[in-house]
Write a protein that binds this ligand. Structure first.
Ligand code: PRP
Length: 172
């Protein structure tokens, strides 16, 4: 497993994003929505750098297809527990790969009349884009490699690594 970003580098970047969100949403009714499961570590760190009275709600998502490739067929397995009508919402993802998952979720949440809707993602893999997505708060742009750790899994394992690592092709 080849380290990609160490814990310190991630922490600095996540703190930057939290500060930007704090600045942009002062005085606004903000709901942060992590998309489970991959974003749970990123989101947990991010929200602790948002110095606002913020609500946090979760979206559980089931994506069909194999572990390496998103099929674009997404099902909401656990929906938000509260209405987002009139609220400012940030969807939080660990990674935007093809963009299919986040664009589906964005369109879905947009129908619920939020005051605004933005996207935060720790990682973006532009080489695999199928649906272009505007990421408002982005951690790192990455090459087309398989990444685990800091919430991201390979066959449900490695989410607990405190850093981001690349899985070698021969291990996939
Ligand atoms: C990952 C990630 C995103 C999606 C990105 O989820 O968390 O939701 O894939 O891929 P896309 O841009 O090609 O749609 P995954 O299906 O691995 O589930 P997990 O979050 O539970 O790990």
């Amino acid at each position: 497993m080849k380290p990609l970003f160490d814990a310190g580098t991630i922490a600095e970047r996540v703190a930057d994003l939290g500060r930007a969100i704090t600045r942009d949403y002062r005085g606004k009714d903000l709901v942060i929505v992590p998309v489970l499961k991959g974003s749970y570590v990123f989101a947990a760190d991010l929200v602790r750098h948002v110095e606002l009275e913020v609500a946090i709600d979760f979206l559980g998502v089931r994506s069909y297809g194999n572990h390496q490739q998103s099929s674009g067929v997404v099902q909401i397995s656990t929906d938000l527990s509260h209405s987002i009508e009139g609220k400012h919402v940030i969807l939080v993802e660990d990674i935007v790969d093809t963009g299919l998952t986040i664009s589906y979720l964005y369109d879905n949440l947009a129908t619920r009349q939020p005051a605004s809707l933005k996207i935060a993602a720790l990682l973006h893999k532009p080489a695999r884009t199928r649906v272009p997505v505007a990421i408002d708060y982005l951690g790192f742009t990455v090459d087309d490699v398989f990444i685990v750790g800091y919430g991201l899994d390979y066959a449900q394992k490695f989410r607990n690594l405190p850093y981001l690592a690349v899985v070698a092709d021969e291990d996939l």
